[in-house]
Design a binder for this molecule. Structure first.
Ligand SMILES: Nc1ncnc2c1ncn2[C@@H]1O[C@H](COP(=O)(O)OP(=O)(O)OP(=O)(O)O)[C@@H](O)[C@H]1O
Ligand SMILES: [Mg+2]
Length: 467
């Protein structure tokens, strides 16, 4: 840290020289002024961290000067020196905002002690201000809808942990906003002006993941024609978001653990360690504790990353968020597709409230996007929402596909089969490829449901969101 900058104002030049020598000896950056005008002049050009003002100056009383200085530099602590043991006016000065006073002749050690205390309290005050600003920002997380108590708690935790450098572990079902929250944490942190680098561990083959994370030297493996910086290096001084960490292969887990523990890593094919200064945020929709028990996730890594857990509740557990999300998402979608839809009919809203949203906010967003695209009016009616199967069915895509089919005049059987297939696809999309869930919604036994899938040559796993 750079030295604190102090201004000493006294009309006694000997005292000024003495104070300057002492304070420089204590590693402060010191400027002096013999009268009020000189002091004001100095304050307008330098942003002092603290000033020390004699209560009785030749051209002005110190109290007035103190007030003028603080008008120029609000929040700067002022220590008053008083030569005549006129404690009363010193006390008056404190009432008007002086940090403290010392009587002349003062003990230099006492002066340094008071300066340190004043600087510390100023630091705390500005930290407080910053925290207050952050708290306000919590409500300014403008792109996160969080009316429910559950989500309010999540956001409160986000503002609280943002400043720390500890690893954050975000757990939540698909589409609950894990990525959104990871971004919010980065933006509320002191690293916000540095990069946020994200990687989806599920989307990258094991053989590439290591060099993707840690980089590699030229010639480290076939195809490594030049050395490459890994994501850890790209995220230097910023945040690294490891999405779907549950999908990280065991071989890479060991390397990640070592990197996090030692705060350094070796690029593939290099024996020169690289130091790490990144904040790590991980996310998963899997039950990692369970994976640890099953041996598919390293226990030591789990504890290393499970420092601050944030659990995002599924949408069905916070239905009170739905109307607000609808409001927010409708506006967002209308902007994107340049349509003006003002809202939903009560019946349509009712349908949204009763559905249980296996795909959470993302599914809600998709449902609304479909409805906005399809509606001919500026209002969304319930027939455009989750159409096919009452309150717990996916939305109306099959109908959309039915229309051209009718023009082609197909047989009823053919039409029905196509409808059925489109319905199944849409349903699986909405259930994120979970066949058992889809069967339940379709009102079929699982075995029958699988038969249906087979008939249409559909693989449930293909509809698991890659994201
Ligand atoms: N509370 C919320 N307020 C506003 N939008 C939200 C909220 N939660 C999620 N969304 C939106 O829903 C979509 C899905 O969110 P996000 O991608 O963060 O979820 P995820 O948990 O990472 O999903 P997945 O597990 O499938 O990767 C995004 O478009 C996001 O902006
Ligand atoms: Mg995600």
């Amino acid at each position: 840290m750079s030295a604190a900058r102090l201004l000493v104002v006294d009309d006694d030049r000997n005292l000024l020289e003495l104070a300057r020598a002492r304070l420089r000896g204590a590693n402060y950056d010191v400027a002096v002024a013999v009268d009020a005008e000189e002091a004001i002049q100095a304050t307008t050009t330098v942003n002092f961290d603290l000033s020390i003002v004699d209560l009785r100056l030749a051209d002005q009383d110190g109290m007035t000067l103190m007030e003028r200085l603080r008008a120029v530099n609000p929040g700067m602590p002022v220590i008053i020196l008083t030569g005549h043991a006129s404690i009363e006016s010193a006390v008056e000065a404190m009432k008007r905002g002086a940090y403290t006073y010392l009587t002349k002749p003062f003990d230099p050690r006492e002066l340094v002690l008071q300066i340190e205390r004043a600087l510390e309290s100023r630091k705390l005050a500005s930290e407080n201000l910053r925290l207050k600003g952050l708290l306000k920002e919590k409500y300014d997380f403008a792109n996160i809808v969080a009316k429910s108590d559950k989500m309010q708690k999540v956001l409160a935790a986000v503002s609280q942990i943002a400043l720390a450098d500890s690893t954050v572990y975000i757990h939540g079902e698909s589409g609950t906003g894990k990525e959104l929250i990871a971004k919010a944490i980065h933006l509320a942190s002191l690293r916000k002006d540095k990069p946020l680098v994200a990687i989806n561990c599920a989307a990258i083959p094991e053989t590439l993941l290591e060099s993707e994370l840690f980089g590699h030297e030229k010639g480290a493996f076939t195809g490594a024609v030049r050395s490459t910086k890994g994501l850890f290096s790209q995220a230097h001084e910023g945040t690294l978001f490891l999405d779907e960490i549950g999908d990280m292969p065991l071989s890479i887990q060991v390397k990640l653990l070592r990197a996090l523990e030692q705060r350094q890593f070796y690029p593939v094919g290099s024996d020169k360690p690289v130091q790490i200064d990144v904040r790590v945020i991980v996310a998963t929709k899997r039950d990692l504790a369970g994976e640890v028990k099953r041996g598919t996730f390293r226990e030591d890594l789990f504890y290393r990353i499970h420092v601050i857990p944030l659990i995002l509740p599924p949408l069905k557990d916070r239905v009170e968020d739905i109307p607000h999300l609808v409001d927010y998402l409708l506006k967002k979608i209308c902007r994107q597709v340049k349509k003006n839809v003002i809202g939903l009919t009560p019946k349509a809203m009712h349908k949204l409230m009763r559905y249980d949203w296996p795909g959470n906010v993302r599914e809600l967003e998709n449902t609304l996007e479909y409805a906005v695209t399809m509606t001919q009016r500026n209002l969304i009616t319930d027939d455009l929402i989750l159409q096919t199967k009452g309150p717990v069915a996916p939305n109306a895509a099959p109908q959309r596909q039915l229309l051209p089919m009718l023009n082609q005049v197909k047989s009823l059987k053919e039409t029905r089969a196509e409808f059925e297939k489109a319905y199944l696809v849409r349903l699986l999309e909405n259930c994120n490829g979970k066949a058992s869930r889809a069967a339940e919604i379709a009102g079929k036994y699982r075995a029958d449901f699988y038969d249906l899938l087979k008939k249409h040559d559909i693989r449930a796993a293909d509809y698991k969101k890659a994201h």
